[in-house]
Design a protein around this ligand. Structure first.
Ligand SMILES: [Zn+2]
Length: 414
């Protein structure tokens, strides 16, 4: 082969290696803290084998053959206990071991499950569902572990009908797509495919607007697959902006809201603990944009700003962690104005004194979305963290109220 043929061959066959590695020139302050420097070029991940596990001596079966499942192995360790082996997609990885699987039995019986993690510690209290819509935590009298234990032991009651056992409510990309489609039926909401994930799943975006498109509120969610409480609060938040109230209508006449509710559909559908299918924590890729998901998001927003001669007024990235926290930047992007976040958080906390957010100022160098909003597009933004165990009815009410309060503040201040 001559050299041109060799280059053509390499590009055709290994072009994907180059597709997102072009340097992105985002202005970024000097990084002092070495923990802020993360290499986000793709790394290999391991896929779980999709299969049915059968225990003929007990009549019990289990499987992981559905989106969002994570179950790597299962075996009996004694007559009454089954060990459930859970592995991450790759490591090192954040301590958020996700698990989700189904079980059923030929006869009614109780069995102990021992969740055992490689490269992780137990974090999520197990939840059960028989219809994958309604979830309830395992009864406390059936649960025998402490937070931070390396494994978790609990008892479940099996029947002929399938039961789902999951770290949090399992909401995969198909359900998010149904929500996106439902929202897009409103006449002031349109749906866009802003790009594709590593495994070529569409990344959906919603535009909610009755405005001239000059002022943008930008919302994203689910960079981290297990972070369901943040996802749920985002849904309530976005629905509040889309309601037929005087406040929401007034807001939509002045602001266009862009929502990308599921940034990491591959990680979500494959039951990852943290990463995308490129083996990378997407919320560390907002400086170099090596991953297609972050690359597509940035391109979409920058093109929109240019095309509509718009500016981003505020950015919100929904996540979950052990408690309710707003991470915001100490640096005020509009020094002549008060930081929106502080006003906003006070107005939310006044209404939810028992489930208030902790405001936590951070630096601006780590490679997270919040700092991209600040450093490249000069917009105030926050990481909106919802507690893993925040009551679900509070999440719903608070998400709606948080949107109302932000709409009021933005209408007054911007
Ligand atoms: Zn997160």
């Amino acid at each position: 082969m001559n050299s041109i043929k060799i280059i053509t061959f390499l590009l055709l066959n290994f072009g994907f290696l180059f597709s997102y590695s072009q340097p992105v020139n985002v202005p970024w302050p000097d990084i002092v803290d070495s923990s802020d420097l993360v290499d986000t070029r793709s790394k290999p991940i391991e896929y779980q084998v999709k299969q049915i596990f059968r225990f003929p001596e007990t009549g019990i079966s289990a499987d992981n053959m559905f989106p969002g499942a994570r179950l790597n192995d299962m075996f009996m360790i004694n007559d009454s206990t089954i060990q459930v082996q859970i592995l991450p997609e790759n490591h090192p990885v954040n301590m958020s071991p996700w698990y989700a699987f189904r079980m059923w039995s030929e006869t009614d019986q109780s069995i102990y499950l021992k969740l055992s993690y490689k490269h992780g510690r137990h974090r999520y209290y197990p939840k059960l569902s028989s219809d994958s819509e309604h979830w309830a935590p395992v009864d406390s009298s059936d649960y025998f572990s402490e937070p931070g234990d390396t494994s978790a032991l609990f008892r479940i009651h099996l029947k002929h009908d399938t039961i789902r056992i999951s770290a949090q409510e399992n909401i995969a990309s198909d359900e998010c797509k149904r929500w996106v489609d439902k929202m897009a039926r409103k006449q002031f909401i349109s749906r866009h495919t802003i790009g594709y994930s590593t495994l070529e799943k569409p990344l959906y975006g919603l535009s909610i607007s009755e405005s001239d498109g000059k002022n943008l509120l930008v919302i994203l969610g689910r960079q981290h697959p297990p972070e369901l409480t943040g996802y749920k609060e985002m849904i309530a938040f976005v629905e509040s902006i889309s309601e037929n109230t005087r406040l929401a209508r007034k807001f939509r006449k002045k602001f266009e809201t862009i929502v990308v509710p599921m940034m990491n559909p591959d990680g979500v559908d494959n039951g990852h603990w943290r990463h995308n299918a490129g083996g990378i924590d997407l919320n560390r890729d907002w400086r170099h944009f090596h991953q297609p998901e972050t690359f597509a998001f940035r391109k979409y927003i920058l093109e929109k700003i240019k095309k509509q001669n718009a500016r981003v007024c505020f950015g919100i990235d929904f996540h979950s962690t052990q408690e309710d926290i707003f991470y915001y930047s100490e640096k005020n992007i509009n020094p002549d104005k008060e930081i929106i976040t502080l006003k906003w958080i006070n107005s939310i906390n006044k209404r939810f004194p028992d489930n208030s957010f902790n405001p936590e100022p951070t630096g601006i160098t780590s490679q997270v979305s919040k700092n991209w909003f600040l450093n490249e597009i000069k917009a105030e933004s926050i990481t909106y963290e919802v507690g893993d165990n925040t009551p679900r009815d509070i999440i719903n009410k608070r998400g709606k109220e948080a949107a109302k309060q932000l709409m009021k503040i933005m209408l007054k201040d911007i």
